[in-house]
Write a protein of this length. Structure first.
Length: 323
C-alpha cells in the first residue's frame, strides 16, 4: 500500500470511528440510565437543589399546568422521596422517562406524576402533576399492583408504536362514549387518585363509610371498562385536549399519556343505559371545570389490562402550561 492510499485509508477509518461515536452519542441514555435519572431527579427535589439534576439551561418546567422555575413548586416543598408505590417508565427511543410515585410534600403524602425529556443527556422538559393524598393509609396507594411492573413475555409483547396507538385510543373511547374504540381486556381495572373506578360496583370497591358493612355484590359489579363507557356515564366530558402519549416501554408493556379534560357542563342531564342502579345523570349543580390528567396503561396481547391515573381540578378553559 503506497503512502497516498494509506493516508486515504486511515482517513476513512477515522471518519467511520467518529461517525460511530456520534451515533452512540445520538442514541442517548439507555433504559437503565433513564431509570437512574429518575432517582437522581427525585433526590434533587428532596434536596431542594436543581443543581443536582442535569437540567438544561433552557429547561421548561410545568407543574399543575403552570410554568415554574427551578427551585419553585415541588422543588421547594418536597420532604421525602418515593415510597413503595412507584411506577417509573423509561423510553430510550423518545429519550423520556415518566411515571407516578407516592412521595411527600410538606411532610404530607402526594401522588407525583412526572415526565422528563432529554436532549444530549440534559433535561429540557420537566412536567409535574402533584395530587394530595386524602388518606395516608389508603391501601391502594401502599404498593403498586403486582402486574404493573412485570415484564411481558415475548409472545404477548406489543411494539412501541402499538403501545402508543392503544393508549391514545382510550381518549377516543371516552370522548365518543364508545368503549369499543379501545381494546379493553375483560379484566381491565382502572384506579384514579387512589380510588378504584372500574369495574363499577361490587364488594371490591370497599365500604362507603368506615365501620359500615361491605356493599353486597350487585349486577353493577359486572360493568367492565367497556360497558362503563358505553353506558354514557361520561357524557359530561366534552373534549379531551393536549393528548400526549410519548412514553412507552416494550419491556413492561407500559405506556403513559398526559391530557386535558374539558367540562363546560352544557349538558346537565343525560341518560345512562345498562346500569341497574342509575338511569339518568343530573349534574345541574356541577360547575364547569377542567381536569389535567396523567394515565398509565398496562398493555399486553394488544389489550389494556390495568390503568393507573391521577388528575387535578382547575378552572374551565385553563391553559396547559405549555403554550
Amino acid at each position: 500500500m503506497n503512502k497516498n492510499r494509506l493516508i486515504a485509508w486511515l482517513g476513512t477509518v477515522a471518519l467511520a470511528v467518529l461517525g460511530g461515536m456520534a451515533q452512540a452519542a445520538d442514541n442517548g441514555l439507555d433504559r437503565d440510565a433513564l431509570l437512574k435519572l429518575a432517582d437522581t431527579y427525585f433526590a434533587a427535589l428532596v434536596a431542594h437543589d436543581p443543581g443536582k439534576a442535569p437540567l438544561a439551561a433552557e429547561a421548561k418546567i410545568v407543574e399543575n399546568v403552570k410554568r415554574i422555575r427551578p427551585g419553585e413548586g415541588l422543588w421547594k416543598t418536597a420532604t421525602a422521596g418515593p415510597t413503595e408505590f412507584r411506577i417509573v417508565i423509561p423510553d430510550p427511543e423518545s429519550q423520556q422517562v415518566g411515571g407516578i410515585v407516592v412521595m411527600q410534600s410538606e411532610d404530607k403524602p402526594v401522588q407525583f406524576g412526572f415526565r422528563l425529556k432529554l436532549t444530549d443527556g440534559k433535561i429540557v422538559e420537566a412536567e409535574h402533576l402533584v395530587v394530595a393524598v386524602r388518606d395516608a393509609n389508603n391501601p391502594l396507594l401502599q404498593n403498586v399492583r403486582p402486574a404493573i411492573p412485570m415484564e411481558i413475555p415475548y409472545e404477548y409483547a406489543d411494539s412501541r408504536g402499538r403501545l402508543i396507538h392503544i393508549a391514545l385510543s382510550y381518549y377516543d373511547a371516552l370522548d365518543n362514549n364508545n368503549g369499543n374504540l379501545s381494546p379493553f381486556a375483560s379484566d381491565c381495572e382502572r384506579r384514579e387518585n387512589g380510588m378504584r373506578t372500574a369495574p363499577s360496583g361490587g364488594p371490591s370497591l370497599g365500604v362507603a363509610i368506615p365501620g359500615q358493612t361491605p356493599r353486597p355484590p350487585s349486577l353493577l359489579g359486572m360493568q367492565d371498562c367497556t360497558a362503563q363507557i358505553n353506558s354514557g356515564a361520561f357524557q359530561y366530558i366534552t373534549t379531551i385536549d393536549n393528548r400526549r402519549v410519548e412514553i412507552a416501554d416494550t419491556v413492561t408493556g407500559l405506556a403513559m399519556g398526559f391530557s386535558h379534560f374539558r367540562h363546560p357542563m352544557t349538558q346537565k342531564k343525560f341518560k345512562i343505559v345498562n346500569n341497574p342502579n342509575r338511569t339518568e345523570a343530573d349534574m345541574t349543580n356541577q360547575r364547569t371545570f377542567d381536569m389535567p390528567a396523567l394515565h398509565i396503561y398496562k398493555i399486553w396481547g394488544g389489550q389494556i389490562h390495568e390503568i393507573e391515573a391521577i388528575g387535578i381540578v382547575v378552572d374551565y378553559n385553563s391553559p396547559t402550561g405549555w403554550e
